[in-house]
Design a protein around this ligand. Structure first.
Ligand SMILES: Cc1ncc(COP(=O)(O)O)c(C=O)c1O
Length: 392
């Protein structure tokens, strides 16, 4: 077969493999100290508990359902669990009709892109933002409007009423954002929610890191301040295991119904098997003891990396000091291009993700993202020292 036999659609043809991804291919080699990947620590996977759950299901009458096709909306007990969780935490009044189980929250982003974006549709994003959201939304050709952010996250004062009115939605990650590790302050959450209500703006609140709050002190979500204006995305990837590909969307019934139609066309439903396993694992409150262990693990790694940055980086370099999550965002002096730095760093067996990929508009060239949770401490120290020497 040759490529002259077919013509890719305009959408597929427009997809480019990025130069950065090419450089990052080497990061899988064992000698490379990689701060690039956004993977959770495998030490956080509850393997014994999952094994037990599989055995329990397979030994029960549920085994047939776990291996059978299921409803597009998802496994009912799991949807109930999600509705209860959000109702208790955010004081909402959800029923299972407000909940759709998805194949990872990445799928939710794609379905939302399909549901809401036509060519030229205005989409508000914080800056920088999650690369995977930009990749999926871009397929549907939106016009991005970037809202300036600082150490407290997206700044609602920088979002004008005109922008809020003319956009079809705002995409935001209020907790320990990917890529910066920033958390939106409570005051800004309230302000943003008020602005959304005033301007009839839909907010897509993406929250895969909310539970990874090192102090266990969650701030109320946007959905608690503006439930009618918010579609909330949750994920089991960072609190159970990403290979299960399990996430959920919570939103107005009419919105969920549209996503169900789109999901049915995409994959019929999220695997019954993983939904049953996850529910078996979590139904009796297991996460209440499991999540604090992940928080502790990540907090220690984060503090260690922050200490190494303090120790080795020149004074001209700045970085975020996350209180949760998996990422630190580093700002280099203006004249340093982090993509060029990556090419040099990779030759010294260190990798990170250059910041420019995380901007929808006006990329900043002097930033980079460091992921710390999968790298052992001695390698964190070695890697940061190498990076600091290159920057100097
Ligand atoms: C902000 C954000 N949203 C969504 C996702 C996708 O997560 P999932 O594994 O649930 O598809 C990620 C993954 O890293 C992420 O960082």
């Amino acid at each position: 077969m040759t490529s002259s036999m077919w013509q890719f659609s305009k959408r597929a043809a427009a997809l480019k493999s990025s130069a950065i991804r090419e450089i990052l291919k080497v990061t899988e080699l064992p000698d490379v100290i990689s701060f690039a990947g956004g993977l959770p620590s495998p030490n956080s996977f509850p393997i014994a508990k999952i094994k037990q759950a599989v055995d329990d299901i397979m030994d029960s009458d549920e085994s047939f359902n776990a291996l059978q096709y299921g409803p597009t909306e998802g496994y009912k007990p799991l949807r109930e669990w999600v509705a209860n969780l959000i109702n208790q935490r955010e004081k909402t009044h959800l029923t299972i009709d407000n909940v759709l189980i998805v194949t990872g929250s990445q799928q939710a982003l794609d379905l939302i892109g399909k549901a809401l974006i036509d060519e030229g549709t205005k989409v508000l994003v914080e800056t920088p933002t999650y690369l995977g959201a930009l990749q999926t939304f871009t397929q549907y050709e939106p016009e991005y409007v970037s809202i300036a952010s600082d150490d407290q996250g997206l700044n609602p004062d920088q979002l004008s009423d005109e922008e809020a009115k003319s956009a079809n939605f705002l995409y935001t990650i209020p907790n320990f954002q990917n890529p910066t590790g920033r958390r939106l302050s409570e005051e800004r959450r309230k302000k943003l929610a008020e602005k959304a209500k005033k301007n009839n703006l839909l907010m897509i609140e993406d929250d895969p890191y909310g539970e990874l709050d090192y102090q266990g002190h969650r701030l109320p979500s946007l959905i608690s301040f503006a439930p009618d204006n918010t579609v909330y995305l949750g994920s089991f990837s960072k609190i159970l295991a990403p290979g299960m590909r399990l996430g959920y969307v919570v939103g107005p019934v009419e919105f969920i119904r549209k996503l169900v139609q789109l999901k049915q066309a995409a994959d019929l439903h999220t695997p019954s098997y993983t939904q049953h396993i996850a529910y078996q694992v979590i139904k009796d409150g297991y996460l209440g003891s499991h999540i604090p262990k992940i928080r502790e693990l990540y907090k220690t790694r984060c503090q260690f990396m922050l200490a190494q940055l303090d120790k080795y980086m020149p004074k001209t370099v700045r970085w975020t000091k996350p209180e949760g999550g998996m990422f630190i965002w580093v700002e280099l002096p203006e004249h340093i291009n982090s993509t060029e730095l990556l090419a040099k760093a990779v030759k010294s067996n260190v990798a990170f993700v250059p910041g420019e990929t995380f901007f929808a508009t006006n990329p900043k060239k002097n930033c980079l993202r460091l992921a710390f949770v999968t790298v052992p401490e001695e390698r964190i120290e070695k890697g940061i020292k190498i990076l600091a020497d290159l920057i100097k």
